[in-house]
Design a binder for this molecule. Structure first.
Ligand code: MGD
Ligand code: MGD
Ligand code: MO
Length: 776
C-alpha cells in the first residue's frame, strides 16, 4: 500500500510549461518547474490552490428558473438567479433533451458549438475537439471561424502571401538564423516576453529570452515600436519608439516612402517576386490622392519626429533587417493593414527569404514561433464531419445572437447570421474574451438554452442554464504533444476528481448515449484506449518522418522525451526566393501581392486593394479623444493565461485592493490627482470597471494598460451596463470587426477616461460560488 503521507511527484503539462505536481495525502501541495527550462513561467504555481478552490463547480447545476420552466424561463435571470444542484443523470437528461428539442424544432444550425477558447493542454482531453466531435455525432452545429488571436491577419494572408498558420507561422524563420544573421530587428508591437511564457498545447524549454539575448550578444540591434517600454526586455537596449497606438501602418508607410524616395528599395526583388508595386506606388508618393505618405505626414499621425523616421528607414535599408509584427497589432480597427504593410516594407528591402531578414508575424506572441517546427503532425481526436457548412466569424458572436437572419460581409462573401437557439460552451470564457461585455450580456439573454462544461464558476458558467462540472488536468491521464515544441509529456493523474467532476469525454459519452449515438461517439473506447490509439498514430506519423517514439509504457516510465532538432531550420519563403517559378506562392498570382486584385474586387472601403492608412474608429488622433483622452491597451496578462486561475495565488498577488492592476504614466496620474495604489473607475460610453493604479514611465503618456482576464464581476449581476467591480477591460472595448474582410476582434482600439473611485469599495464576489439552493 502506498503511504498517503509520502510526497509523490507526477508530471503534467500546461500551455505555459511542463511541471511535476507535488502530491501529499491525495492533495496537490506544490508544483516543480521542468528542470531543463531556462526561463520558467511565473504563471505555474497559480494552479496549486485552484484544484480544490471554493469556485470549483463540484456538482451538476441548473439555473433555478431554467429548472422550473426550461426554454420558457425568464432569460434575464442568467447571471443573477441561484443554481440548484441535481444528480448527474438528471442533468444529462435535461441537457440531452434540450439538444434534441432544438435540433428537431429548428435544425442543427440552431446549435452554436463554436465554443472558442483555450481549454487545457493535453491531446485527448482537448475541450474543443471533444465538443465538436460530440455535436457532429448528433447532426452538427454552427461553428466559429478563425481565432481571437489573429483573425484579421489570417484572413488577409492567403490573398497576399499564403496560408497564415501553415506558411507564416509554421515556416517562420527559426531563431538560430536570426541570431546568426540579423543585424537589426524592428519590432512592431515589441516582443513582450510575458507572452512567450505560452505555447498552445504545451511548452518545454522557454527559449524566446535566450534567443533574443543570443542575438543581442551577436550584435543584433533592436527597435521596439510600442506604447510600452516593457514590451522589450531591458537587456536588449532596444530603441523605444513610442508611436501613438494604432498608428503603425502610417509609420510603416513613411519608412517605405523614405526608402523609395532615396532609391534604397530593391527594385529587382519587387519585379521578380511581387505583383502590384506599381499600383501601390501612386498611393505611397501621393500621386493618387495628393498626400505623400512621407515622414512629415506620418510624424503628425504617430506623434513622432520625422527625422527619427527617416533615419530608421535608412538604418533598415543598410542592414540585414527583420521586421516583426506582434499579433496584438491586428486586434485593432483595420487590423489587416499592419501585417500586410510589414510584408510590403520587407519586400521593398528585398530581404525576404534570406536568413535573418524579411518579416515575421508573432515572434514573442507565443514561445513556439521561431522554434523549428517538427516535420510531421501529431494526431488529434477526430472531430468527424460537420454537415452545417456555414460558420460565423469567431468574434461576431454577440451580433449573431442579437441579429439572426441579418446580412453581413466576410472575406468576399455576403451571408446572414443563423438563428441560434442553444449555445454549448466548452473550454472557453467569452465573458472574459469577448469585446463589449455589456452587449454580450444582452446577447446571452437571447438563446433558449445555454449549456456549459466548466471546471470553475467562471463568469461564463455563471451565465449558463446548465453547468456540468469538469476535471482539471491534474485529475486525468493525457499526453502533451505539439509540433511547436520538441518535448512530449506523459501527463499523469495526480489526484482523484474533485467533487462529482467528470472528464468532458465522459460527459459527452453520457449525452451521446442518451441521444442514441453512444457507440458512434466513443467507438467503444475508454479514455485509456483513446490515449493508446492517439499515441499509436503519433508513433506511426513520427516514424514516417524518421523520428522514433517509444511505447506508451516507456513514455510513461520516462515521463517526458525530447525529440531531436529537425535537420532543417526554416527561413521564411527561402524556397520561393530560390525558385519563384518552381515554388510559387498560394496567392492568385503565385507572388507576393502588394496590390491584390481579389481584395480590390471585394470593393470594401475598410480594406482596399493595397495596404493603406485608415483612421481607426477610436484613437488618440481622433475626435473621441476629447472626451476619452486615454488609449487602453488591454494586453495579455503576465500572471495568468487569459482568465485562467484568476482566483489563484499568482494572479491574486498582483491585484491592488483586490482589483486588477492598471499601469499609467505619472504625468497622466498627476493630471487626475491619482497616486500609486489608488482604486480608479475606468470608463467610456460602453461601460466602466474598477482598477488599482500602478505608476510607471514604461507606459507612454496618454496610454493606460489593463490586462485581460480579471473575472467579470458586475455590481448588479445580470444587468446590462453594470460596473465591473474587479477590472475586466472588455466592459470598455468595442465589439466591431476589424473590417469586412477579416471581421476580427478589435479590442486594441479603445479610448477611456479614468477618475478616482470615491466611496466604500464593493467587495469582490467573483471568487466565491454563485448562490446555490438545495432542492425544495
Ligand atoms: N480586450 C481584449 N480581449 C481579448 C484579447 C485582447 O488582447 N484584449 N485577446 C483575445 C485572445 S487572443 C484570446 S485567445 C482570448 C482567450 O479567451 P479564452 O480562451 O476564452 O480564455 P481562457 O481564460 O483561457 O478560457 C478557457 C476556459 O476553459 C476552461 N477550461 C480549462 N480546461 C478545460 C477543460 O479541460 N474542459 C473544459 N470544459 N473547460 C476547461 C477554463 O477554466 C477557462 O474558463 O481572449 C481574447 N480577448
Ligand atoms: N502570459 C500570457 N501569455 C500569453 C497569453 C496570456 O494570456 N498570458 N495569451 C496567448 C495568446 S492566446 C495570444 S493570441 C498571444 C497574444 O500575443 P500579442 O497579441 O502579441 O499580445 P498582447 O499582450 O495583446 O500585445 C503585445 C503588445 O502589443 C502592444 N500594442 C498594443 N496595441 C498596439 C499598437 O497599436 N501598436 C503597437 N506598436 N503596439 C501595440 C502592447 O503594448 C502589448 O503589450 O499571447 C499568448 N501569450
Ligand atoms: Mo489568443
Amino acid at each position: 500500500m502506498e503511504d498517503d503521507s509520502q510526497l509523490r511527484v507526477t508530471p503534467f503539462a500546461t500551455h505555459w510549461g511542463t511541471y511535476h505536481a507535488e502530491v501529499r495525502g491525495g492533495k496537490v501541495v506544490g508544483v516543480r518547474d521542468y528542470a531543463d527550462d531556462p526561463d520558467p513561467a511565473v504563471i505555474g504555481p497559480g494552479i496549486v490552490d485552484m484544484v480544490e478552490h471554493p469556485t470549483r463547480v463540484g456538482r451538476p447545476m441548473i439555473r433555478k428558473g431554467f429548472l422550473e420552466k426550461g426554454k420558457d424561463s425568464d432569460r434575464s435571470g442568467r447571471g443573477r438567479e441561484p443554481f440548484v444542484a441535481v444528480p448527474w443523470d438528471e442533468a444529462l437528461e435535461i441537457a440531452s433533451g434540450e439538444l434534441d428539442r432544438v435540433r428537431k424544432a429548428h435544425g442543427n444550425q440552431a446549435i452554436f458549438g463554436g465554443s472558442y477558447g483555450w481549454g487545457s493542454a493535453g491531446r485527448f482531453h482537448h475541450a474543443q475537439s471533444q465538443v465538436h466531435r460530440f455535436l457532429n455525432c448528433i447532426g452538427g452545429y454552427t461553428p466559429s471561424i478563425d481565432t481571437y488571436s489573429y483573425a484579421a491577419v489570417s484572413a488577409i494572408s492567403p490573398h497576399v502571401v499564403g496560408h497564415f498558420a501553415r506558411l507564416v507561422l509554421n515556416q517562420a524563420t527559426a531563431w538560430p538564423h536570426i541570431v546568426e544573421n540579423c543585424e537589426l530587428m524592428v519590432m512592431f508591437g515589441g516582443m513582450a516576453i510575458k507572452n512567450a511564457q505560452v505555447t498552445s498545447g504545451g511548452v518545454g524549454r522557454h527559449t524566446t529570452r535566450e534567443a533574443l539575448l543570443a542575438a543581442k550578444r551577436n550584435g543584433t540591434q533592436f527597435v521596439s515600436v510600442s506604447p510600452l517600454r516593457s514590451d522589450a526586455i531591458d537587456l536588449l537596449d532596444a530603441d523605444w519608439v513610442a508611436a501613438r497606438p494604432n498608428s503603425d501602418t502610417a509609420l510603416m508607410l513613411a519608412l517605405a516612402h523614405t526608402i523609395h524616395s532615396e532609391g534604397l528599395h530593391d527594385q529587382a526583388f519587387l519585379d521578380r517576386y511581387c505583383t502590384g508595386f506599381d499600383r501601390f506606388l501612386p498611393y505611397l508618393t501621393g500621386q493618387s490622392d495628393g498626400q505623400p505618405k512621407d515622414a512629415d505626414w506620418a510624424a503628425g499621425i504617430c506623434a513622432l519626429e520625422a527625422e527619427m523616421i527617416r533615419s530608421l528607414a535608412r538604418r533598415m535599408a543598410g542592414k540585414r533587417t527583420m521586421i516583426t509584427v506582434s499579433w496584438s497589432m491586428q486586434r485593432a480597427d483595420h487590423g489587416e493593414q499592419p501585417g500586410w504593410m510589414a510584408i510590403v516594407l520587407a519586400a521593398m528591402l528585398g530581404q525576404i527569404g534570406l536568413p535573418g531578414g524579411g518579416f515575421g508575424i508573432g515572434y514573442g506572441s507565443e514561445n513556439g514561433i521561431g522554434n523549428p517546427v517538427l516535420p510531421f503532425k501529431f494526431p488529434a481526436v477526430p472531430q468527424g464531419q460537420n454537415p452545417i457548412a456555414e460558420g460565423i466569424p469567431v468574434a461576431r458572436i454577440s451580433d449573431a445572437l442579437l441579429h439572426p437572419g441579418e446580412p453581413y460581409d466576410f472575406n468576399g462573401r455576403r451571408t446572414t447570421y443563423p438563428d441560434l437557439r442553444l449555445v454549448y460552451w466548452v473550454g472557453g470564457n467569452p465573458f472574459h474574451h469577448h469585446q463589449d461585455i455589456n452587449k454580450l450580456v444582452s446577447a446571452f439573454q437571447r438563446p433558449e438554452t445555454i449549456i456549459v462544461n466548466e471546471i470553475w464558476w467562471t463568469p461564463m458558467a455563471r451565465h449558463a442554464d446548465i453547468v456540468l462540472p469538469v476535471t482539471t488536468v491534474l485529475e486525468r491521464e493525457d499526453i502533451a504533444m505539439t509540433h511547436w515544441e520538441p518535448l512530449i509529456v506523459a501527463m499523469r493523474q495526480a489526484v482523484e476528481p474533485v467533487g462529482d467532476a467528470r472528464h468532458d469525454y465522459d460527459i459527452f459519452s453520457g449525452l451521446a448515449h442518451k441521444l442514441g449515438v453512444g457507440e458512434t461517439f466513443t467507438e467503444g473506447r475508454s479514455p485509456e484506449d483513446w490515449l493508446r490509439h492517439l499515441w499509436d498514430q503519433a508513433r506511426q506519423r513520427a516514424a514516417e518522418a524518421n523520428f522514433e517514439l517509444p511505447s506508451l509504457e516507456e513514455l510513461r516510465a520516462r515521463e517526458m522525451i525530447t525529440l531531436p532538432d529537425p535537420d532543417r531550420h526554416p527561413v521564411l519563403l527561402e524556397s520561393f526566393r530560390n525558385d519563384p517559378e518552381g515554388n510559387p506562392l498560394e496567392t492568385p498570382s503565385g507572388k507576393i501581392e502588394i496590390f491584390s486584385e481579389r481584395i480590390a474586387g471585394f470593393d470594401y472601403d475598410d480594406c482596399p486593394g493595397h495596404p493603406a492608412w485608415m483612421e481607426p474608429y477610436e484613437w488618440l488622433g481622433g475626435p473621441d479623444a476629447e472626451h476619452y483622452p486615454l488609449h487602453l491597451v488591454s494586453n495579455q496578462p503576465r500572471t495568468r493565461l487569459h482568465s485562467q486561475f484568476d482566483p489563484g495565488s499568482v494572479s491574486r498577488a498582483s491585484k491592488i485592493q483586490g482589483r486588477e492592476p492598471m499601469t499609467m504614466n505619472p504625468i497622466d496620474a498627476a493630471a487626475r490627482g491619482l497616486s500609486e495604489g489608488d482604486v480608479v473607475r475606468v470608463f467610456n460610453d460602453r461601460g466602466a470597471c474598477l482598477a488599482g493604479i500602478i505608476l510607471s514611465d514604461t507606459v507612454m503618456p496618454g496610454v493606460v494598460q489593463l490586462s485581460t482576464g480579471a473575472w467579470y464581476d458586475p455590481l448588479e449581476p445580470g444587468v446590462v451596463g453594470s460596473l465591473c467591480k474587479h477590472g475586466n477591460p472588455n466592459v470598455l472595448t468595442r465589439d466591431k470587426g476589424t473590417s469586412r474582410l477579416g471581421q476580427g476582434p478589435s479590442a486594441h482600439s479603445t479610448l477611456v477616461e479614468v477618475e478616482k473611485f470615491e466611496g466604500p469599495l464593493p467587495p469582490i464576489t467573483a471568487f466565491a460560488p454563485p448562490p446555490i439552493k438545495e432542492r425544495d
